[in-house]
Design a protein around this ligand. Sequence first.
Ligand SMILES: Nc1ncnc2c1ncn2[C@@H]1O[C@H](COP(=O)(O)OP(=O)(O)OP(=O)(O)O)[C@@H](O)[C@H]1O
Ligand SMILES: [Mg+2]
Length: 271
Amino acid sequence: MALEISLEDVSLVYNRGTHLELKALEGVSVTFRNDESVLLLGHTGSGKSTLLKVISQLLRPSEGRVLINGRECSEPKIFMKKIGICFQFPEDQFLCETVFDEIAFASRNFNLDQIESRVMKAIEAVGLDETYLDKSPFSLSQGEARKVALASVIAHEPDLLLLDEPFIALDYQGKHVIRSFVRSWIQQRHGLILVSHSLDHTIDLVNRVIVLESGKIVYDGSVENFIFENAAQRSKLQSEVVEIWYQLLKLGEKPSSLEDLIQKAADRIIV
Ligand SMILES: Nc1ncnc2c1ncn2[C@@H]1O[C@H](COP(=O)(O)OP(=O)(O)OP(=O)(O)O)[C@@H](O)[C@H]1O
Ligand SMILES: [Mg+2]
């Protein structure tokens, strides 16, 4: 089902009226739909995680409005069933004593059926096996915890997935599994909003980039436009991946994935 989330002139102030007052978002107007994959990019402290929480209705804006399909959200439970949000720090979202219960939590909360098969499907999608199911989510390594957190937000089959820094603390194999999962998620025409401070693992997963600086949106457009026509933003990333992608675009080549980027770059090397 179509899902459109619009922010209208949203500002978010933490600790308003105290000496710790801080404006984390300012004048943000943007729309997200569940048929696109979007990267929220920005330096540390630029407001990415705050924006993700506002989009998912976990934080109420200090000013401005958030509209769901053109209306203010009157039934939060129905909205929450449509989304799955994975926090930057997985332990912040764990509530249960076992991994099984953690992954089953949202599905049970929404009174869905086939809980066990949902859990098994979710755990397989993130590259874990059933030996994890009886463990405490709080006893896991950072990489394992990140995978369990992801499994716990996909088991109820939301329309839109919001992932905050999903690649942190994962080894090469872990990144590969999550990238494959995200790719098939997008191919099934589900929505994605992915937060990262880097394009390195995300450049081929998204079709729209939004750049935040000090709580304001300073760029919103296609990945290709971002790389090709935005020299100032591109150089701020200091990324070899982005630089090689740019050089290939200049040569008229369009890499379709990171793997294709490597192949195309290798083909250009003259020994
Ligand atoms: N709960 C909070 N209370 C007070 N200030 C906060 C809170 N959460 C975030 N901030 C502040 O708001 C600003 C934006 O924080 P946010 O976590 O959204 O940034 P970010 O872009 O996600 O950063 P990072 O890349 O480090 O995760 C920062 O200055 C941060 O210190
Ligand atoms: Mg963050």
